[in-house]
Design a protein around this ligand. Sequence first.
Ligand code: ASP
Length: 450
Amino acid sequence: MKIAKFGGTSLANAFQIRKVCNIVLADPDRHIIVVSAPGKRTSDDIKVTDLLIAVAKARLAGDSYDEELDAVIARFKEITDELGIPEVIGEITDNLKEIAGAPYTDNVAYLDSVKAMGEDSSARLVAAFLTKEGHPAVYCNPLKCGLYLEHDEAGKARILGESYDNLENLKYERKLCIFPGFYGYSKDGQIITFSRGGSDITGSILAGAVGAECYENWTDVDNVYAVNPNLVNNPFPIKEITYDEMRELAYAGFQVLHEEALYPVFVRGIPVHIKNTNNPSAPGTKIVASRSKYDSLVTGIAGEKGFMTITIDKYLMNHEIGFLMKLLKIFTEEGISIEHIPSGIDSVTIIVRKKYMTDEKEQIIVNRIKNELKADSVHVEKDLAIVMIVGQGMKKSVGIMARAASALSNAGINLKIVNQGASEISLMFGVSEAYTDYAVRVLYKELFRY
Ligand code: ASP
């Protein structure tokens, strides 16, 4: 059994939805289909999820939301008319009106319930279209199927363990199951959405629940590329990549799947196959637990801006037992997540993401380090990008670091930080933010164009 998840561009209009249905029917193993809300039809179009957010925001502001809701209904009506299922628009419209106009007490819960209606409507219409074409399909409501979520301490949606057992029952449904992505329900029946792009997580949860042979994630690119295709011409396509490599690249800005989507399949060793709805015969990219052959020493290169460093100097720091522990405790108590900790003999640098640090927090942390740890100096710098070179193939080879570092130095790029984890599958360089894209290009030229 395969789970096939289709993203917003794959469902943007009736033409795309026909392609999706052809793909679904081409393989009888595709039994559970997860759908996103219709995405952009052209680059300047608006995603249905964003139209729905506008509906909810207008209502929450106490304004009329008729115009915003009409825009959503118009998007779905165009699709149902073109697919020859005009009867479905009545059901979708009633549902949208009911949810948008429902009484609410909590703004976030109301916004979530409206936001989820893009996926919900997509699933209803895909199921109706397949059935009309002679392929019985059922719209699966996440509440009826038992996809239960709760909010964690940070307000993020987290799955309740019992959901996996509930969702396993979909294996026994004889009709094709069309499941809306992006949301589930709290135990008291409130809709909870994942963060944006979260239909990827739904697909992964379902793959885990039924123990799928493969989780297909259908999007609008032929492959994942070794480097951002906006930065170099004809980048090297990745045929196979491990979960670990993917995690490292995603960390440095590679946007393929939602960040939380790999976990449910990773723990069960289910491979993910990234495929193109507009070119189904392209081989795509497989994300797997382990691979035996490598097309290249390096699998991918990525760069991300937005980091800052707090460097602490204290004479004889290395003799002071517990110094690091006390330092980390300050960050923990102030609720700031630490990304990396490169260290010297009498100095240590804490790297964090700028988006999590406010000016006030920074001041508090710096003062606490000075006062509580009696540091000689604390120096903050807010200009750091991380560039990662990732590849299982690097484990067995000598000299990648030397080549990468000399290519960067020949290009006049100063290395602020260098780090290689003991796993040897990634090399990390810290550079000035202005050099991020340039550094990625220089490294790609050096390591892929051998
Ligand atoms: N429709 C949602 C979004 O636009 C979720 C998704 O497509 O995965 O973020």
